[in-house]
Design a binder for this molecule. Structure first.
Ligand SMILES: [Zn+2]
Length: 572
């Protein structure tokens, strides 16, 4: 692979305090270096901006529920999303749940080079990694789901945090996972009995633990292991009116837990828009974003991502391990108008003693008051939280809409005129009366966009090798055609829709919006620090209880190394 010099572009590299400076970037053997000596390919980036490759902290791209989503939605294949095979690329299709190859190409064209799949049921790890092996260009990581796992519930109940940490570490190894994901703690286990958890102190049947204890226990285990990322939490009561106060109570659970050295945060609360609702019912539904932002602005142990809702021509596909929520949404489907008979399609899944899941197609309409308010709340959260290193851009793909809508989200964040236009001319009037969005003047800068889409997410994930362009960083670069001194809503959306160049590990993979190379890249994992004696004792314990928990043999549980031919331990 030729060495590269990118010349004449304006560089946005927030982690190195570079904010739109003209600066050359040199890449040798796939890594950023001070200077390439000798022959190198030169890219002239005149009139363009340069950012590190995008890092998506939360996007459902692979695994069993994603694939079931594809099967459930044969109609999710509008012709404009069919991609023909070329000499370099495979055919692909799908709007809200694209096929694996298309997922990699579409991310690369947006300038993203790393994507985290945030919900891997342990027993479905094989499937997740099989799809990763057919997802080109981007590096991938997956978060195993712990929050309703019987071993976790048992160690939390017995307050054995060191054993819990050892179990977490074994699962990371067995499933080739990256971080601790918690979905509706306790609520998904209770859902197996037709119930849920609605407060932090509700009890989980048969285990007598509470959501508060599950979050606290796993956060302590996370810091004991010194994992690169924090716990990554989908809260209780997602989607329900009035849930913002529960979210703030949830943030408080880890206030006193000391994060590992070098990290201020100990808690990532994901797709916060779905958990920032005021009101007591769908009739007086409103925004709790200002209250959530007020808390986050005065506490540095919390990070969030948006879970922005977007309005699209076609229905999206909601999918989550939060089985009880999907059941509720299935019944709420009547308020949507997604074309086919609303609310009819629904799938619920249970993953032995580990997790659940559900899938429901959904159409977000700006004319439906609740949907319009949801759209405004996501933007409010991003614009009211002062530190962009505490909130990141996501649509919780495909839940709030597909990741291919990011350029539109960037447009709304950078250009008040564009978002006001949607608010006043497209949305139900309730979006203006039930939120503060119309009064917010803030417009994000290009530097802030670089933080919410790569620098901040990489930092939050503890991936120190990316999200920046300093010496030693991997050679992941996105180059966009935009003039930082002269842009409007249209030019912002156009620039971020398709890179002039995307470079992955020093290789040009996209040029002028066309794929130029399609390698299968790395799977990113992490490893915790734990005493070997504790680890071995826990493995014995797990083996001893195995038959009470599983229909499969212990020896068939961990997945083989051939599932990750290119693996990188991110905190090695
Ligand atoms: Zn999600």
């Amino acid at each position: 692979m030729a060495d590269l010099i990118i010349k004449n572009g304006l560089v946005y590299d927030p982690l190195n305090n570079i904010d739109g400076e003209k600066k050359d970037i040199h890449i040798k053997d796939g890594k950023v270096v001070e200077k390439v000596n000798g022959d190198a390919k030169v890219i002239d980036a005149s009139g363009m901006i340069i950012m590190p490759g995008g890092v998506d902290i939360h996007s459902h791209i692979a695994g069993a529920k994603v694939n079931v989503g594809r099967a459930l939605r044969p109609e999710d294949k509008p012709p404009e999303f069919n991609e023909k095979r070329t000499k370099l690329t495979r055919a692909g299709s799908g709007f809200s749940v694209p096929s694996t190859w298309a997922t990699g190409y579409r991310y690369a064209k947006l300038g993203y080079t790393t994507v985290v799949e945030p919900a891997m049921p342990l027993l479905e790890a094989r499937h997740t990694h099989e799809e990763f092996l057919e997802m080109p260009i981007i590096d991938k990581a997956a978060m195993p789901i712990y929050g309703n796992n019987w071993f976790v519930l048992k160690y939390v109940r017995d307050n054995e945090i060191d054993k819990l940490a050892a179990y977490v570490n074994w699962i990371l190894k067995a499933t080739k996972g990256f971080a601790i994901k918690i979905v509706n703690p306790g609520g998904v286990e209770n859902w197996a009995w037709g119930k849920n958890c609605e407060s932090l102190d509700d009890h989980v049947f048969h285990f007598e633990v509470t959501p508060r204890e599950i979050i606290e226990g796993l956060a302590k285990a996370n810091e004991l292991l010194e994992l690169p990322h924090t716990i990554h939490v989908h809260g209780n009561n997602l989607g329900h009116p009035g849930n913002y106060s529960h979210s703030i109570e949830t943030f408080k659970v880890t206030e006193k837990i000391t994060p590992k050295k070098g990290r201020k945060s100990n808690f990532h609360f994901t797709h916060c828009q779905f958990n920032a609702y005021a009101g007591t019912n769908w009739g007086n539904f409103g925004s709790g974003a200002a209250e959530v932002a007020k808390y986050v602005n005065s506490h540095d142990h919390i990070t969030l991502d948006m879970g922005q809702v977007v309005f699209t021509k076609y229905a999206t596909t909601t999918m989550t391990a939060d089985g009880p929520w999907e059941f509720a949404l299935h019944h709420l489907g009547g308020m949507s108008n997604w074309g086919n008979k609303p609310g009819v399609k629904w799938i619920n899944g249970q993953v032995e003693g580990e997790s659940g899941s559900g899938i429901v197609p959904y159409f977000f309409s700006p004319k439906v008051a609740v949907n319009a308010i949801q759209w405004a709340i996501g933007l409010e959260l991003m614009l009211l939280i002062k530190n962009p290193f505490q909130i990141f851009m996501t649509t919780d793909h495909p839940n709030g809409g597909p990741f291919t809508c990011y350029p539109q989200v960037i447009r709304w964040l950078m250009d008040k005129k564009s978002r006001d236009d949607v608010l006043t001319n497209v949305c139900s009037a309730k979006a203006s009366s039930q939120t503060q969005l119309k009064d917010i003047d803030r417009e994000l800068t290009l530097n802030e966009i670089a933080i919410i889409s790569r620098a901040g997410t990489a930092k939050c994930l503890g991936m120190t090798d990316r999200g920046h362009l300093g010496k030693g960083a991997i050679g992941d670069v996105a180059i966009y055609k935009i003039d930082p001194n002269n842009y409007d809503g249209h030019s912002i959306e156009k620039a971020f829709s398709s890179t002039a160049y995307t470079i992955k590990d020093g290789q040009i993979v996209v040029k002028d919006g066309e794929i130029t190379a399609s390698p299968i890249n790395k799977t990113l994992v992490s490893k915790g620090k734990i005493k070997e004696s504790v680890y071995n004792a826990v493995l014995d314990d797990v083996r001893g209880h195995w038959r009470d928990h599983y229909s499969i043999n212990f020896n068939n549980y961990a997945i083989g190394d051939h599932y990750t031919p290119k693996i990188k331990v991110i905190n090695a």
